[in-house]
Ligand binder design. Structure first.
Ligand code: GZL
Length: 308
């Protein structure tokens, strides 16, 4: 009897939709929601079949999802590693199954960079430097001391490690800047508010600056600052990263001083990479997203152009 393949024209088989398995971090922030939206809409646009999972910010759930994609024999696996370490084992399993892996947004710590085809995402160290440079410029006339509290992102994640590194690299040039408290708010509004409340209780009016590793924690902290009877962006200068809509709304309300852009719109670049991999084209090991910085003075004019 004729087999199905002999019935279908060869082109139909050759154009079998590529299948992409994507293991997302979670839904912890506006940035992450916009990133998920970008990936889902770009997959639909590109005619790529997307299998998608949300790990609720737990590494073991991401590893489980990657293993399920290996079992389903998807064409490509992509993920944003919630933390930098602990991926070699499951990436070796993907390599053994001959399934190429793309890292998006965050990278992994590994000695074997054959475990992934490419890493596409922002330069988080540069984002930290941009935040530091803005503060140095803002306070150039102020002899100090300038006391900074820091809301770190998820412990062990590339953005938290690298944004801290970049920021400190810039402010260490002048001893008037002192980070007096630093703790993780896990990139969420709720935790950002909770930790800022603790900072305010401990340090109160001694705090001159808040450096938040993302807008969601900054927005939570703004609520804590107001509830403590202080004026955000005036009594306490607030510097943040992502430049999501919520940050623009806070800047237009005069409650946030500046947000460093970190684009979540990686969907189209990811689908192009999947198509190139399927076509056997080589990819650069590192694909960098271009980004700016938005102080409150330009927020109103820039807001209509924002896509996330
Ligand atoms: C950065 C991304 C971070 C965002 C946070 O690329 O990994 O995770 O800055 C998000 O908002 O939670």
């Amino acid at each position: 009897s004729a087999t199905l393949s002999s019935l279908l024209p060869a082109t139909a088989l050759a154009q079998k939709k590529p299948v992409l398995g994507f293991a997302q971090v979670g839904a912890e922030s506006e940035w992450r929601t916009a990133n998920t939206e970008s990936i889902k809409s770009a997959a639909a646009e590109a005619g790529i079949e997307l299998k998608f999972s949300d790990a609720q910010q737990k590494q073991e759930n991401q590893i489980k999802a990657i293993r399920s994609y290996i079992a389903q024999k998807v064409d490509v696996i992509a993920f944003s590693p919630v933390v930098e370490s602990g991926w070699d084992t499951v990436l070796l399993e993907a390599k053994a199954a001959k399934i190429p892996v793309v890292l998006t947004d965050r990278s992994v710590n590994t000695k074997d960079d054959s475990l992934y085809v490419t890493f596409m995402g922002s330069d988080f160290v540069e984002e930290g430097r941009k935040a530091g440079r803005w503060l140095v410029e803002k306070e150039k006339g102020n002899p100090g001391p300038i006391n900074i509290v820091e809301l770190q992102g998820t412990v062990g994640s590339a953005p938290a490690i690298d944004r801290k590194k970049g920021f400190e690299e810039i402010i260490k040039a002048d001893p008037k800047f002192k980070i007096i408290r630093s703790q993780t708010g896990d990139f969420t509004r709720a935790k950002g508010k909770e930790v800022m409340e603790a900072f305010l209780k401990a340090e109160g009016k001694k705090i001159n600056v808040l450096f938040a590793h993302n807008d969601d924690m900054a927005i939570g902290a703004i609520q804590a600052i107001e509830e403590a009877g202080m004026k955000p962006a005036q009594d306490i200068i607030i510097i943040s990263i992502d430049a999501v809509k919520g940050a623009f709304e806070a800047m237009m309300a005069g409650k946030l001083n500046v947000s460093v852009e970190c684009s979540p719109l990686l969907g189209p670049q990811l689908m192009a990479a999947v198509a190139d991999i399927k076509a056997g084209k080589p990819l650069p090991k590192r694909i960098l997203t271009k980004e700016g910085i938005f102080p409150m003075e330009v927020a109103k004019a820039e807001f209509p152009n924002r896509k996330y």
